[in-house]
Design a protein around this ligand. Structure first.
Ligand code: PEP
Length: 254
């Protein structure tokens, strides 16, 4: 794995009140705060970020937000700026999740602007890409992923790209219980790393972590993590319970 530290992140999506979020994070602290050799982050909804950050102080579990807007401030009702996230202790921000692309009109161009704004504030980015079922069935997986990588990372230099983690999430596998087989995932991860090498350099491509996302569970994590180009997971449904998320984080012990 060329020394890439495995990275498991939980995307809670639009789940958990503040009270529920604190319950979950307290359980996670008890079960995974001593796990070594893996980086862990949780992405609660905006309303719970501040409280969760307070609870995470002194632990190695990092805080992530699920989105941001690219402007610094102003008349953008309902939006959250990079600085607001940085101020409350967010380390990561998820950008370009397929649900944002599908339901909220996010495009490769707005994803690119969001990444730029996040990096400008010193936030690290989990940049999501992935093909729909239709695109896969039409044999366009590689073309779609290539376009998303090239446009999403447009204008960024090597220094900036170092602050990015890519999450390959085939849309047909998100929340459906259908995981890509380890071979299907590895094939796309290898392709993405190859594109990064062409766009930047071998050194950069080898250093960037590529997570897999899409119905990751305690049952399938080990197989996925055994592959050369899979460096972690972005976990939705299974991150909502301490028991399942902890098992995923502890994949090395299985
Ligand atoms: C996700 O939302 O990033 C995700 C992968 O969800 P799930 O694990 O529920 O498929």
């Amino acid at each position: 794995m060329m020394g890439r530290l495995p990275f498991i992140a939980g995307n809670w999506k639009m789940n958990k009140t503040v009270g529920e979020a604190l319950d979950l994070v307290r359980q996670l602290k008890a079960s995974i705060s001593k796990v070594e050799g893996v980086e862990v982050a949780v992405a609660p909804p905006f309303t719970a970020l501040y409280a969760v950050q307070k609870e995470l102080e002194g632990t190695t579990i990092k805080l992530a937000a699920q989105n941001l807007f690219y402007e610094e401030k102003g008349a953008y009702t309902g939006e959250i700026s990079p600085m607001m996230l940085k101020e409350i202790g967010c380390h990561y921000v998820i950008i370009g999740h397929s649900e944002r692309r599908q339901f909220f009109g996010e495009t490769d161009e707005t994803v690119n602007r969001r990444i730029e704004a996040a990096l400008g504030q010193g936030l690290k980015v989990i940049f999501c890409i992935g093909e729909t079922l239709k695109e896969r069935e039409e044999g366009r997986t590689f073309a779609v992923v290539e376009r998303q990588v090239e446009r999403g990372l447009r204008k960024f230099r090597e220094m900036e790209v170092k602050g990015i983690v890519i999450a390959y999430e085939p849309v047909w596998a998100i929340g459906t219980g259908k995981t890509a087989t380890p071979e299907q995932a590895e094939e796309v991860h290898r392709f993405i790393r190859g594109r990064l090498e062409k766009l930047y350099s071998r050194e950069i491509a080898e250093g960037i972590r590529i997570q897999y996302g899409g119905s990751v569970t305690p049952e399938n994590i080990k197989g996925l993590m055994s592959l050369e180009n899979i460096d972690g997971a972005l976990v939705g449904g299974a991150s909502l319970k301490a028991e399942t998320f902890s098992k995923i984080v502890r994949f090395k012990e299985m």
